[in-house]
Design a protein. Structure first.
Ligand code: ARG
Length: 602
């Protein structure tokens, strides 16, 4: 049962897949035909299509220069240089209703100006058919996202918060792309810490079975107290170590106490998830435990496991320490569990992409696990092929002092406190804007929550995840600049423009028509149309900040449009209201993917 199954090879390239929303892919298809016609002797040249940075067009094809250096000097090649190759690529581009005009610039860039009628029609089509039609199409069916994953009885800290926020977004983006996602909470529920926790529980509560969280109080304090005992009392330490063995061999009383402790922790974690609106399914380390011996045996039979200093290890090329899969005392560790969980996810759950979200400190661990799995033949040789595993690392959360984020008394910040403060502060800001008089208490509460929690999430997601980021309430709750507050208010304002027009957008969608004649309308329209390719990029490269940047620019483009183009009462009212609606729809989908609740009035 534990034989390594041969990895099926599924192409990573989503290129073959039809994707109605993705402009870049649509153009790449056209350029593919053109490249085939331009250099028939050179098939399989991947078209390099990118959005233009300069003003010559909307998209450009960058193949001419590379192609030239490949083919120059060959017999039968008549081109005199890269610009000529560019000209030929342009000439061979098939007719398409999406293209208005083309030109060749500089050393051979082929610039494309999109047809604004085509653009307008496609935005309108999205409004009618729904934004789902702009969803990326990935070539996999199922993925695991392993995220959040705090440790039982230890604190769930800001690192776990980052993992929760980033993992949730990645899972949502994959789900939006029609991938079935197994959202896994790989909680640390099987460590050696349980020996001391259980013995301490027995000592403090002889009737431990009736014990609940109110009796234990703070599980973290309980952990600390028992750790103190463990460190100073040799007899207790001895008992605790034996308890680990008794637990792992399945002794009933020990299993019960363990389950009790896990349950109390779970309830605490769930409160945080509930507030953040994050869903995930717990399959902790203990779940994989029964499968470990079989997996290690299979790896041993493959000749991968070696003896080293009493431990059993897997050596990995290029890394001077081996991956320990059985400790010298015969016990299993973090790596044994991760190898087994990976095996399980590939073979039992049939996941094609397995994504792990932890701080960058664990990068080497995952690197070793993935490489060991590759040695075992669990993954194809080509890294671009599925099934594959990816580690999504992130940096530290820093306090305003530039050091690791802590409370004043240098304790770990409790996540509940953090979320409370975000909400309290955003509520105060709303009251200051006079909303207490305008809104019901419930509206005030809900908006304060959406804005406060949204601000915490967005501040985390907008940075490149690998960099450390500074946790700063004042900054994240600022209503100007690149913050969730600014974006949520912008969305609410668009909704209010539509409301005040008194028009029914459902009707307008069907009967009205979008035109993109004003330059600022066109810029906004193009940006809207780029949603599909941006989500696909953010999702394939596991980079939520790419979507944040898109959302921020969308808001900026809208603002420019709105200040230069009169909407209500103008001759173009219908078209412009539809553009407002399309912007709101795209913004809401971005918010949804980022785990932020939209606000409709402000
Ligand atoms: N519990 C670990 C921690 O708090 C994270 C687990 C990540 N997932 C995994 N499969 N190792 O650091």
């Amino acid at each position: 049962a534990f034989a390594a199954t041969k990895a099926p090879s599924i192409s990573t390239m989503a290129a073959e897949q039809e994707n109605v929303g993705n402009l870049k892919r649509k153009l790449a298809k056209l350029f593919q035909l053109s490249l085939d016609a331009t250099v028939p002797g050179e098939p399989d040249i991947e078209p390099q299509v990118a959005a233009c940075t300069a003003k010559f067009g909307d998209y450009q094809c960058n193949n001419a220069m590379g192609l030239w250096s490949k083919i120059k000097g060959r017999p039968g090649i008549e081109f005199r240089g890269p610009p000529a190759v560019g000209q030929a690529i342009m000439k061979n581009l098939p007719q398409s209703e999406m293209i208005e005009s083309c030109s060749v610039a500089g050393p051979g860039f082929v610039n494309v100006v999109l047809s604004k009628n085509w653009m307008a029609q496609n935005i309108q089509k999205m409004l009618v058919d729904g934004i789902e039609t702009w969803a990326p199409k990935l070539s996999i069916k199922r993925a695991v996202v392993d995220f959040s994953s705090p440790n039982i009885a230890k604190e769930m800290h800001v690192g776990h918060l980052r993992s929760t926020i980033i993992g949730d977004t990645l899972a949502s983006m994959l789900e939006f792309s029609n991938v079935e996602v197994l959202r896994r909470n790989h909680v640390g529920d099987w460590g050696t810490q349980f020996g001391m926790l259980i013995e301490f529980l027995f000592e403090k509560f002889p009737n431990f079975e009736d014990v609940n969280e109110t009796a234990i109080g703070d599980l973290q304090a309980f952990y600390k107290e028992s750790k103190q005992r463990f460190d100073v009392d040799a007899e207790f330490k001895d008992r605790a170590q034996k308890a680990v063995v008794r637990l792992q061999s399945g002794e009933q009383m020990y299993r019960k106490a363990w389950a009790q402790i896990c349950e109390i922790s779970r309830r605490e974690f769930d409160q945080v998830y509930q507030r953040l609106g994050v869903h995930l399914e717990e399959k902790g380390e203990s779940f994989y435990n029964p499968h470990i011996p079989g997996v290690i045996e299979a790896l041993t039979n493959q000749g991968l496991v070696e003896e080293s200093k009493g431990a059993r290890v897997i050596f990995i090329e290029g890394i001077n320490i081996p991956l320990i899969v059985v400790k010298s005392d015969g016990g299993y560790n973090y790596a044994s569990t991760d190898m087994t969980a990976l095996w399980y996810r590939l073979n039992e759950e049939k996941a094609e992409w397995i994504i792990y979200v932890t701080d960058v400190g664990q990068q080497q661990h995952f690197d070793m696990v993935f490489k060991a799995a590759k040695r075992a033949g669990w993954f194809p040789a080509d890294d671009r092929q599925y099934p594959k595993a990816s580690h999504v690392g992130f940096g530290l959360v820093l306090g305003e002092d530039g050091k690791r984020f802590r409370t004043r008394s240098s304790e770990v910040v409790r996540l509940a406190d953090l979320l409370d403060e975000a909400k309290t502060r955003s509520k105060a800001a709303l009251i200051e804007r006079g909303k207490a008089a305008e809104w019901t208490e419930e509206e005030l509460e809900q908006t304060a929550e959406a804005v406060g929690y949204g601000a915490v999430k967005y501040a985390d997601l907008k940075n490149n995840r690998l960099t450390n980021y500074t946790f700063d309430f004042d900054q994240m709750l600022n209503d100007k600049g690149n913050t969730a507050v600014y974006l949520l208010y912008a969305h609410a304002r668009i909704c209010s423009i539509i409301r005040k027009s008194g028009k029914d957008t459902e009707e307008l969608k069907k009967t009205g028509k979008i035109v993109l004649d004003h330059a600022d309308e066109r810029v906004l329209g193009l940006h809207l149309l780029q949603f599909a390719e941006v989500v696909e990029e953010a999702c394939s490269n596991l980079l939520p900040n790419v979507l944040c940047e898109y959302l921020y620019n969308l808001s900026e483009n809208f603002t420019r449009f709105y200040s230069n183009c009169q909407v209500v009462g103008s001759a173009e009212e219908t078209s412009r209201l539809l553009l407002c609606e399309a912007t709101a729809v795209v913004m809401r989908k971005c918010f949804f993917l980022l785990g932020i609740k939209p606000v409709y009035k402000i």
